[in-house]
Design a protein around this ligand. Structure first.
Ligand code: F6R
Length: 241
């Protein structure tokens, strides 16, 4: 595993954006696995700047997002489709037809997961998967569990995740209780995994995930078994490593 320690969130964001841009330069039609949440916002801003400067071209890139809330429309400002449009897709020359996020309003979420798996199988393997990490070690919305779930599936969100994400909604009651998420096996099949972490509040779980036992109770711990992981974090998040 390669670890980059940066001074702060801004420097972490620049590093993550540079690594994503390098992937696109090396393989212009690459498959990028993308994440939402507060961690990658700065990296996406930086990627937009690189695109505007003419340094990176997304015209052939295909993207697959990790997850989406069940029940949120793509136009809902807390849906992950909306997040991707407003933070990245609307500002670069990616072909909208080449972007994939599970459909939150699908009538049958289980069938939507099967459809999404097929999309991943048709496009994959993912060349570079970007991940953030939850305080409980979740990756995507793979919450602590007794087993590592393999492919895209519907999950009941952990209470801690609902509380953590309540900051984006009017109240915790409005946070959806379920989500669709790419499974751990699919994440592990990505050729390269790029984990971004920031802030002191992530230090404990980063230590647990990367130096503790590999267990589905800490889903990110499985990344210890991946042959090509890059961890980029600010010094606060990596302070306990
Ligand atoms: C988002 C995702 C989540 C987040 C995680 C960390 O697509 O899959 O696993 O990466 O919840 O969120 P932040 O970055 O807000 O701390």
């Amino acid at each position: 595993m390669r670890i980059y320690v940066t001074e702060d969130y801004q420097a972490m964001s620049r590093k993550v954006a540079n690594l994503l841009a390098a992937q696109v330069m090396i393989k212009p039609d690459c498959v990028l696995g993308l994440a939402t949440g507060s961690t990658p916002v700065g990296a996406y801003q930086r990627l937009v700047e690189l695109y505007r400067a003419g340094d990176v071209d997304f015209s052939q890139v295909r993207s697959i997002n990790l997850d989406e809330y069940v029940g949120l429309a793509p136009t809902h400002d807390q849906s992950y489709r909306y997040f991707m449009q407003s933070n990245l897709f609307d500002h670069v020359n990616i072909d909208p037809a080449n972007t994939n996020v599970p459909q939150g309003l699908a009538e049958d979420p289980e069938a939507e997961c099967r459809r999404y798996n097929q999309v991943i199988h048709d496009l994959g393997p993912i060349d570079l998967q970007l991940l953030g990490m939850g305080h409980n070690g979740h990756i995507g919305f793979n919450e602590p569990s007794d087993v590592f779930e393999r492919e895209t599936h519907v999950v009941d969100l952990a209470q801690s995740t609902i509380q953590a994400n309540a900051r984006f909604f009017a109240s915790a009651d409005e946070v959806p209780r379920q989500a669709m998420t790419m499974g751990v096996q699919t994440i592990m099949q990505a050729r390269k995994v790029l984990v971004a972490v920031s802030g002191k509040d992530k230090a404990e779980i980063v230590k647990k995930a990367f130096t503790g036992p590999v267990t589905p109770q800490v889903p990110a711990s499985i990344l210890q078994m991946h042959p090509d992981v890059v961890l980029v974090g600010d010094k606060a998040a990596l302070s306990l490593l």
